[in-house]
Design a protein around this ligand. Structure first.
Ligand SMILES: [Zn+2]
Length: 441
């Protein structure tokens, strides 16, 4: 592999990435867990000394991993904590250049403190609104410019310096839940569609619960336009795997314990698989990373997306997962860029968001232009130069998409510098909202 194609941690970190399989509770910072555990220890709810080591440890055994999950369950039972961890988790993902995040969580009830599934999710939304290190876009693309969760106090210049992360929510049905409880989650997801909820996940202990009991609510969810992803094949259960695949969810997670017949079916349906390398090895589902089914699916050109599952519990990050995949399976930068960008096709967001993501990946690929409408207003010659650069180095359509997305009243300037051929491309991309009259040459 050529030296300039080698993948290292800095490179993985710098690349735009898409995270589609992340559990809120599994992604909590260790420092936050420690702080919450200390408080519960002081209140004699838990023995802090008993859990401190497990929280601080990076390389947890399977037993310790489950001990941590149990602890998280105790620590995250009030609205304020749910809000706090949501804010922190989104900020952490954004800090390593995740540009689109689908965060999943199981809406919980806690009658003792008046928590309902609805109020739990409202606490999650509150956390998203509290994010201040990055702009969070939670709504359909068309409404984004009006209702993006951007502080109104941010002026134009500040806004341009800020990064943006698209966040969508998946409500998880826990396999311990009854059909009725699962249906309640689906109805909640439907009621919260305008707040960024796009789908339903089925998760939890894979040896608990029957697929048949989740089928009615999941079928209803699908009929109502929610997207579905299922934790599938975490344990050997061919009947369930066949039934899950025949349901044809939009994606599945893990897909580890599949026999030949199930592999054939998975590939024939071409259902995208969320691959969580570290999680699969740490939980012992895949004994050795080199034997991971990533290789088989990758070579078969099956749709896959690298994900983290639980960054906190498994002490990983999406950048680390990228590095692990590249170093274990010998992928170079170009292959990793393609793998990352392919994930756009599997997100549960609308086409507007997918187009925006395509622009982000295109611009990263071709030199990460840092165009901004503020800069453009004050320095049209700089924009001119940039366009020429784009014109030479990548196709004009991508260049226009990129610029139009960031341009409001400067697009006249863009038109001054590009050919008639590009002008027709611009029309194609809906620039009707652009106020050409305000452009001053
Ligand atoms: Zn998972």
């Amino acid at each position: 592999m050529a030296e300039d194609q080698k993948v290292d941690m800095d490179w993985c970190f710098s690349q735009p990435k898409i995270e589609l399989h992340a559990h809120l509770n599994g992604s909590i910072r260790n420092s936050t867990l420690l702080e919450l555990a200390k408080v519960l220890g002081e209140n004699n709810v838990i023995d802090f000394a008993d859990v401190e080591d497990v929280i601080l440890k990076d390389d947890r055994s399977l037993v310790e991993t489950f001990k941590l999950f149990d602890l998280i369950h105790i620590l995250t039972t009030d609205h304020a904590t749910v809000t706090r961890i949501t804010k922190e988790v989104v900020e952490d993902f954004a800090s390593e250049n995740i540009v689109y995040l689908e965060l999943r969580t199981t809406p919980k009830k806690n009658e003792a403190i008046g928590m309902t599934k609805r109020s739990y999710m409202e606490a999650v939304i509150k956390g998203l609104r509290a994010v201040d290190s990055v702009d969070v876009s939670l709504v359909p693309f068309d409404e984004d410019s009006i209702t993006s969760l951007v502080s109104p106090s941010i002026n134009c210049l500040e806004k341009d310096k800020r990064r943006k992360i698209y966040v969508r929510l998946l409500l998880s049905i826990d396999r311990r839940e009854t059909t009725e409880a699962a249906m309640e989650t689906v109805l909640l997801a439907l009621a919260m569609k305008k707040m960024g909820v796009v789908g339903i996940d089925l998760s939890g202990n894979p040896i608990v619960g029957e697929w048949s009991s989740f089928l009615p609510p999941l079928t209803f969810a699908k009929e109502q336009g929610l997207c579905i992803t299922l934790h599938c094949g975490e344990v050997y259960n061919p009947k369930e795997v066949h039934d899950m695949l025949d349901f044809q969810p939009q994606r599945i997670g893990h897909a580890i314990c599949l026999g030949d017949e199930e592999w054939k079916k998975l590939k024939s349906y071409s259902i995208p698989v969320e691959i969580c390398l570290t999680s699969n090895v740490r939980t012992g589902c895949v004994p050795f990373i080199n034997d991971h089914h990533f290789v088989d699916l990758y070579k078969a050109n099956h749709p896959i997306v690298l994900c983290t599952d639980d960054t906190g519990v498994f002490s990983t990050s999406l950048s680390r997962e990228y590095l692990l995949a590249a170093s274990t399976f010998g992928l170079d930068r170009a292959e990793m860029v393609k793998l990352a960008a392919d994930a756009i096709e599997f997100v549960f967001a609308d086409d507007g968001v997918k187009n925006a993501l395509r622009q982000i990946f295109t611009s990263a690929k071709f030199g990460a232009l840092e165009s901004s409408d503020c800069v453009a207003k004050t320095c049209s010659s700089r924009i001119h130069l940039r366009l020429q650069f784009m014109d030479v180095n990548c196709n004009e359509v991508s260049a226009l998409r990129y610029l139009l997305d960031r341009s409001s009243d400067l697009v006249g300037g863009v038109f001054c510098t590009v050919s008639n051929r590009s002008e027709s491309c611009a029309r194609e991309f809906n620039v009707k909202q652009v106020d050409f009259s305000s452009f001053i040459p």
